[in-house]
Design a protein around this ligand. Structure first.
Ligand code: DC
Length: 648
């Protein structure tokens, strides 16, 4: 496992991210589906450590959980009583799993033991156990009172008086009790004895319970009534929204690094309170745009974010992102009413203060607040400890946008909720050099050498169109069969390895360079559906430390936010002559006149097609190589990269 990940200095963040499923919704839906009558299909379920913990626990108590496709699961509801009456359950560090399961197991009449990682045994659960004991449940501490591990035994439940419960440590205790009480089939009342924190999470709970047929009558945030005669019923098929807490990193990146950055999977209609993070970001001067299923953020016109002093009780998780955003503010910032940070994956107030200081900020830590005075420039080369806390790792990746290298220790802790986080972050933040130009302009050779000099990844996008043409022809498709070729493009079994290109196991490095395939590639490249099918595949090449991509529409369509854009060209005669020399050198027959005509025809087709025609972007630098050799062309591109702050 990688012990640390060093992010390169970054400045710009732009792009689109499809969010993974929400952790809060995924784990609630899994439990409700398990408790319901009937089979539930859950689509877009988050695939992460915390959901694996819940899935494994449900399987151990006899619930049928089956993977039925990519991120899709079927849950056979047990209608209230878990089939296995005795089980040991390991809950890792998943608060969203142990709390609700404890309550459900306590009311389901079996013998169960729940434990977790050492940190889980330091995270409080006493308020929930107190609530359960009031109604007669038999829940015992087998370690320290007030904390897991726990032992649960069958007990007669009585519901004659309201359950009185604290709500100021974690809202998950109330969530747990609310979700479990309908198992009794009797009316129940919960009364809060303190202020309730993180209220939007309770709204998620109530919303999902309602989808499973149980309505809760809420009196303010003090009293919750569960009327009699309700039981969970499967709603059939459910979709998990994108994770709004995870969205915060990308939106903040857009606000810090220019933007626009768009997250897909949450939007105006989201049931997650953490989408309100976007409103807080707006108060810092960012421009936020809302769609039904997406949110987009851009930096303020004044470039730096505005200093802030905010009560963030309603978005405790996403609030961590603001603490790191404070490094980019124009003055001292204060985050208030966040005491719950102390009982999360780690003591987040202390962890945050310690790590922000490594980046040069002055930080004052209080019981329930943190104040951050940013330095004018960030300290370069900080090594950030992450305390086995996924959010620490994700938040601090943003610091690299200050133009300094940042090392994240134990980056794999993001597996808790977002295993692909750093790949996703690279897709909006890794620097891209886009090199576009006509056939035989030398851009492939130049791009490859520039990539090698900078230690960057390299994308030869033309090879994807060539592969599509070859695979299409081999599959018997006509080169104007747009729908058929789009399917081929979307599922190309292509592999790039040690300078060779494979289609399945077949080495096609030379086969895609024939004249027939060159002409074929130019034809399939004119089909809009083929171009669309190759888009996300090309964007996935954007990795740290950076990418050099060559093609026709790298700067205009695929990577419009590229830091450096180059239009590399040469006169048609010079290009034809280069190709002629290449062919002769390989001992192949060549005709100068035919080559020139061929090139001009392809140029015309690439430049005249309706989608993504070959052209020089307004913000691209022109490099004319007619009179340049390869070395001189590479130097010209390196000079442009250097001017944009990219260096080897
Ligand atoms: O760069 P190349 O010669 O290998 O490209 C092969 C064909 O694919 C060429 O006719 C243009 C097309 N192409 C494209 O339309 N867009 C790209 N980004 C790359 C190539």
């Amino acid at each position: 496992m990688m012990e640390s990940l060093t992010l390169p200095p970054l400045r710009i963040a732009t792009g689109v991210i499809r969010l993974p499923g929400s952790k809060s919704i995924s784990n609630r839906m899994l439990l409700l589906a398990a408790l319901a009558r009937g089979r539930t299909e859950i689509r877009e379920l988050l695939d992460s450590d915390d959901t694996q913990v819940m899935l494994a626990a449900l399987a151990r108590v006899g619930v049928g959980v089956t993977a039925i496709g990519h991120k899709a699961w079927a849950v056979e509801g047990c209608g209230g009583a878990f089939p296995a009456r005795d089980a040991d359950l390991f809950m890792g560090n998943a608060g969203t799993a142990i709390r609700p399961l404890t309550a459900a197991l306590a009311l389901s009449g079996g013998h169960y033991r729940l434990s977790g990682v050492p940190r889980m045994h330091e995270r409080p659960i006493g308020d929930l156990v107190d609530g359960l004991r009031q109604i007669g449940a038999d829940v015992r501490y087998t370690g320290n009172p007030g904390f897991p591990p726990l032992a649960i035994h069958p007990a007669a439940v009585k519901l004659d008086a309201p359950i009185r419960m604290r709500g100021d440590v974690s809202s998950q205790f109330l969530t747990a009790l609310l979700m479990a009480l309908p198992l009794t089939g009797r009316p129940a009342v919960i009364e809060m004895t303190t202020e309730l924190i993180s209220k939007p999470y309770i709204e998620i709970t109530l919303n999902l319970m309602a989808r499973f047929g149980v309505d809760v009558v809420r009196e303010g945030w003090q009293r919750f009534n569960i009327p009699a005669g309700q039981a969970y019923r499967s709603p059939g098929v459910l979709h998990v929204e994108g994770d709004a807490s995870a969205a915060s990193y990308f939106l903040a990146a857009g606000a810090i690094g220019g933007g626009p950055v768009r997250v897909e999977g949450v939007g105006r209609g989201s049931i997650q309170g953490d989408v309100r993070f976007a409103d807080e970001l707006e108060k810092l001067g960012a421009t936020i745009t809302w769609g039904d299923t997406w949110i987009e953020a851009r930096a303020p016109a004044s470039s730096r974010l505005k200093a802030f002093d905010l009560d963030l009780n309603h978005i405790p998780d996403a609030a961590m992102t603001l603490a790191v955003a404070a490094l980019f503010a124009d003055g001292p910032c204060r985050l208030r009413n966040i005491a719950s940070w102390r009982v999360k994956e780690t003591d987040r107030i202390t962890a945050m203060a310690t790590e922000l200081r490594k980046l040069g900020a002055l930080v004052e830590e209080g019981d329930d607040h943190i104040a951050v005075s940013p330095a004018p420039t960030l300290t370069a080369g900080a090594a950030i400890d992450t305390y086995d806390d996924h959010r620490m790792a994700m938040c601090f990746s943003l610091a690299a946008l200050g133009g300094v290298p940042v090392t994240i220790n134990d980056p794999a802790c993001v597996n808790k909720t977002f295993p692909d986080y750093f790949d996703a972050f690279a897709e909006i933040a890794a620097p891209v050099i886009a090199i576009d130009g006509p056939s035989a302009s030398g851009k492939g050779t130049v791009a490859e050498r520039v990539a090698a000099a900078l230690g960057y990844h390299y994308l030869d996008s033309g090879s994807l169109y060539r592969l599509t043409a070859l695979a299409g022809l081999r599959a018997g498709k006509a080169l104007d069969d747009e729908a058929g070729l789009a399917v081929v493009a979307a599922s190309l079994p292509a592999r790039f390895s040690a300078g060779r290109i494979y289609l399945n196991e077949d080495d096609v490095t030379d086969a895609i360079r024939t004249e027939e395939i060159s002409v074929g590639a130019s034809k399939v490249a004119a089909l809009p559906a083929v171009r669309a099918a190759l888009l996300s595949r090309q964007r996935a090449y954007r990795r740290f430390p950076g990418l050099v991509a060559d093609g026709r529409d790298m700067a205009s369509v695929v990577f419009p936010g590229a830091v450096a854009k180059v239009f590399l060209t040469a006169s048609a005669a010079a290009r034809a002559e280069r190709r002629y020399k290449q062919l002769i050198a390989k001992g192949m027959p060549a005709n100068m006149h035919a080559l020139l005509q061929d090139l001009q025809e392809r140029d015309a087709r690439d430049a005249q097609r309706s989608v993504a025609p070959l052209r020089q972007c307004d913000d691209a630098d022109l490099v004319d190589t007619t009179e340049l050799d390869i070395e001189a062309a590479v130097s010209a591109v390196m000079a442009i990269a250097k001017r944009q702050g990219l260096r080897n």
